[in-house]
Design a protein around this ligand. Structure first.
Ligand SMILES: Nc1ncnc2c1ncn2[C@@H]1O[C@H](COP(=O)(O)OP(=O)(O)OP(=O)(O)O)[C@@H](O)[C@H]1O
Length: 243
């Protein structure tokens, strides 16, 4: 049986039902190690539900999922996963550093490891001098950056980023993609969801999801060639409504 040892992420007929409603329908997804894979699709396509099953937050109704060859949910594999949820999971009344400390402690990092990582992460997200600032006082874009740092504190190998750039200005979106490319360079695998089709071109491969199913996947450029379109938005519309 395939266990995805060669893949960072593998799902076999992964399915999630809420009552009679099928949110994720027999999804077969393969993401290679070191890839940035973009999961795209309209509201309600099943992207977040897929990520939650992969992170072990939501139990699959049927089918299987493997992360780095291990069937999930799995406590050891959980350590290799970083998850940036759609709504930032930060404590508003704590400082940036305290939030990072909290996430470091969840993963049982030692105090000196935590303080070392905090400095590096603050540098990485360009908030070097902001560690003592209360999260409540930050702009939305800053909170997004802190949320990314929290997902990275335990140096996970796999990152799940659920709409990390939603609601942030175009300039900051560009710098986010610089962060993601840096992370890829350091060997991380990233599964990212986004509604911004234009930014999906940064991904190594993209998958279009609709109604819980993966309806097409390819490299962004190939997707354009295959569909004879000039934008991924048009490609999606063509595939989504096509024969
Ligand atoms: N806990 C739940 N109970 C019932 N239905 C749910 C639950 N969670 C998600 N759903 C439904 O499952 C479907 C898929 O939702 P999901 O959040 O995975 O979509 P999505 O592709 O991430 O959408 P968006 O782009 O809006 O974030 C939706 O129709 C949603 O209403």
């Amino acid at each position: 049986m395939e266990t995805g040892a060669d893949h960072a992420i593998l799902t076999l007929n992964l399915t999630k039902k809420f009552g009679e409603f099928c949110a994720v329908n027999a999804l077969n997804l393969k993401v290679k190690k070191g890839e940035i894979y973009g999961l795209l699709g309209p509201n309600g396509a099943g992207k977040t539900t897929t990520i939650k099953m992969l992170c072990g937050i939501s139990k699959a109704t049927s089918g299987k999922a493997f992360i780095l060859g291990k069937r999930v949910p799995d406590k050891i594999v959980a350590r290799e996963i970083g998850y940036m949820p759609q709504e930032t999971a930060l404590y508003d009344n704590l400082t940036i550093e305290e939030n990072l400390e909290f996430y470091g402690e969840i993963f049982n990092l030692k105090d000196d490891q935590i303080s070392n990582k905090i400095q590096k992460l603050l540098d990485f997200i360009n908030l070097k001098d902001w560690g003592d600032e209360i999260v409540r006082n930050l702009s939305g874009g800053m909170k997004h950056r802190v949320s990314l740092a929290c997902a990275l504190i335990h140096e996970p190998k796999i990152l799940f980023l659920d709409e990390p750039t939603v609601g942030i200005d175009p300039e900051l979106r560009v710098s986010f993609w610089d962060y993601f490319k840096e992370l890829k360079k350091s060997g991380k695998t990233i599964l990212i969801t986004t509604h911004y089709m234009d930014e999906a071109r940064h991904c190594d491969r993209i998958g279009f999801m609709r109604a819980g199913k993966l309806i097409a996947e390819d490299k962004p450029q190939q997707m354009l060639i295959k569909t004879g379109t000039e934008s991924l938005e048009d490609a999606f519309l063509k595939i989504g409504v096509g024969p």
